[in-house]
Ligand binder design. Structure first.
Ligand code: PMP
Length: 285
């Protein structure tokens, strides 16, 4: 059984217990992170912790942990779980009060939780081996603070489930103006005429670490133009390629949208270049 961290100790995950009055349980009042690691090497650690600290500040949850403390926790979790290819899940909730009351409690210690889970081996930029993702499209009905990586994920879960029930891997979401926001658990990119395009960061989407790394890697390489701008759904449906990015998928090539082929219906050349560059540079972050 995997070893988890809860508050101040490590234990088999089946022995980790929290109070039913924990605000993470009652209200989804917490922030989480998922950091990928391969053979003990963490990917994008600083960006992930920065985002978690931004999220905690964004919901007024005060916790005085430093990056070094988070790093020690991650490394200890990896060691105790035998390294390998592991995602590290970290969560901080506002803790357990002695009553259920919406206002933030005073003098309640946050609940800190971490565990690891197996992730697939590092994706490789190989057209024959790569997974082909299929997506539906649906209107984004989540809340208006999607830049916060809150544990309150029911909006995302319901969208993911919509795609899942129709036999798809993801749901691409669009706002009331028919503009792409992201997917229910990933950021989204399109490729048109060799240009990689993704929606700009705002309250409608999570500032994905993979998204940021990919944009930075592509811009430093310079051979593929990248634009961060509003993307209409008509552009999505007319795209040559669609990608979804997340820490465990890296750059995922979408080949089916609403049952129709994306571009030629096969994995595109720009994806091959982008995932190759990502694989070569991901440990720089
Ligand atoms: N958007 C949403 C809604 C997510 O849940 C995630 C993470 N699964 C992402 C984007 C991608 O973020 P990251 O690249 O940091 O994993």
């Amino acid at each position: 059984m995997s070893i988890a961290f809860l508050n101040d100790s490590y234990m088999p995950i089946g022995e980790a217990k929290i109070s039913p009055l924990d605000r993470g349980f009652l209200f989804g009042d917490g922030i989480y992170e998922v950091i990928p690691s391969y053979e003990g090497k963490l990917l994008g650690f600083t960006g992930h912790i920065d985002r978690m600290l931004d999220g905690l500040a964004g919901i007024g949850l005060v916790l005085d942990w430093t990056h070094d403390q988070w790093k020690s926790l991650c490394q200890e979790l990896l060691t105790q779980n035998g390294n390998g290819n592991l995602g590290i899940y970290l969560q901080v909730s506002r803790g357990a009060d002695n009553k259920r009351y919406h206002a933030f409690p005073e003098a309640v210690a946050p609940t800190i939780f971490g565990f690891t889970f197996a992730i697939p081996s590092s994706p490789i930029a190989d057209r024959t081996a790569a997974k082909r993702y299929s997506v539906i499209t649906t209107q984004d009905l989540r809340w208006q603070r999607c830049h916060i990586k809150s544990t309150a994920l029911l909006g995302n879960v319901l969208h993911f489930q919509q795609g899942h029930e129709q036999g798809n891997d993801e749901a691409l979401l669009y706002n009331a103006n028919n503009e792409l926001t992201e997917a229910s658990s990933c950021n989204a990119f399109i490729v048109k005429d060799g240009v990689v395009i993704t929606p700009p960061l705002d309250n409608q989407l999570l500032p994905g670490i993979t998204r940021n790394m990919l944009i930075d890697i592509l811009r430093k390489d310079g051979s593929i133009p990248v634009e961060e701008r509003v993307v209409s759904m008509s552009e999505v449906h007319a795209a040559d390629e669609i990608w979804i990015t997340s820490s465990t998928k890296e750059v995922g090539a979408v080949t089916t949208i609403d049952g129709n082929p994306v571009g030629t219906g096969d994995i595109g050349d720009t994806w091959i270049k982008a995932q190759t560059l990502f694989s070569n540079h991901k440990y720089d972050y």
